[in-house]
Design a protein around this ligand. Structure first.
Ligand code: HEC
Ligand code: HEC
Length: 187
């Protein structure tokens, strides 16, 4: 009687182990392409979930004066080069800088461009660009794909106006966090 009970127990134990095995084995699987809505840690498998915030004070001051100071990891280096080479005619504005400020900002942008970013989004941006170097983040195929459900009438709202206005909808954009959870489309 006692012997058969321990046998049953042993059987049950090994059965549950076999059933659990796939979960144990795959719980750490790579979900690069998957929709990962859970925060585990920012750094997973060598790349980070969020973009490094644009903390450079000079960059914030000069490139955050007219619009949101975009993280350098949102564009490839060659795009930043084009932007920095054309500041006197920057989207119909004159955004030119002293050469001293320009070279400091250049250094910051190039060192943190998508190629040098460990963010998952930077990798996706580069992959989707296939070598193209647009002036706008909002012209990146990955960007268009992610925003395909936002209609033109929503975008035209006074509180938004333009795709360039990331922080209107992404409440945590400044911190480099574009997670769906923190999107609030203003009225
Ligand atoms: C004098 C104002 C002004 C300054 C200063 C300025 N910008 Fe702009 N920028 C604009 C305008 C206007 C647009 C177009 C915005 C729109 O389409 O709604 C723009 C757009 C952009 C875009 C494209 C956004 C998109 O649609 O994806 C990038 C990237 C950009 N600026 C980078 C910079 C950088 C880098 C600096 C600093 C060197 C800078 N800007 C400084 C006025 C400015
Ligand atoms: C009109 C509001 C709005 C504006 C402006 C906007 N976004 Fe978004 N963004 C969204 C919505 C909505 C989604 C889709 C969320 C979803 O369904 O996963 C999204 C998705 C994203 C994603 C993918 C998030 C994820 O977890 O997969 C990124 C990255 C992103 N936006 C970056 C930007 C950047 C950078 C800008 C500015 C250049 C910007 N967005 C401007 C509303 C906006």
């Amino acid at each position: 009687m006692k012997k058969s009970l321990s046998k049953t127990l042993l059987l049950a134990l090994s059965l549950s182990l076999i059933l659990l095995l796939p979960f144990i084995a795959f719980s750490d699987s790579d979900d690069d392409e998957g929709e990962d809505h859970e925060w585990h840690s920012n750094l997973r498998h060598g790349y980070s979930k969020h973009l490094s915030p644009a903390v450079d004070p000079l960059y914030q001051q000069e490139c955050g004066a007219c619009h949101f100071a975009y993280q350098a990891g949102l564009l490839p280096k060659a795009s930043w080069e084009k932007i920095m080479d054309g500041l006197d005619q920057h989207f119909e504005e004159d955004a030119s800088l002293s050469s001293e400020h320009a070279s400091a900002i250049q250094e910051y942008l190039y060192a943190n461009s998508a190629e040098n970013s460990s963010a998952r989004f930077s990798k996706r941006i580069l992959r989707s660009l296939e070598g193209a170097t647009p002036l706008r983040i909002s012209d990146i195929p990955f960007f268009k794909h992610e925003h395909r459900e936002v209609g033109t009438r929503v975008l035209a709202r006074k509180s938004i106006r333009s795709w360039a206005n990331c922080s209107a909808c992404h409440t945590t954009a400044k911190r480099g966090i574009y997670d769906e959870k923190y999107i609030q489309i203003p009225r």
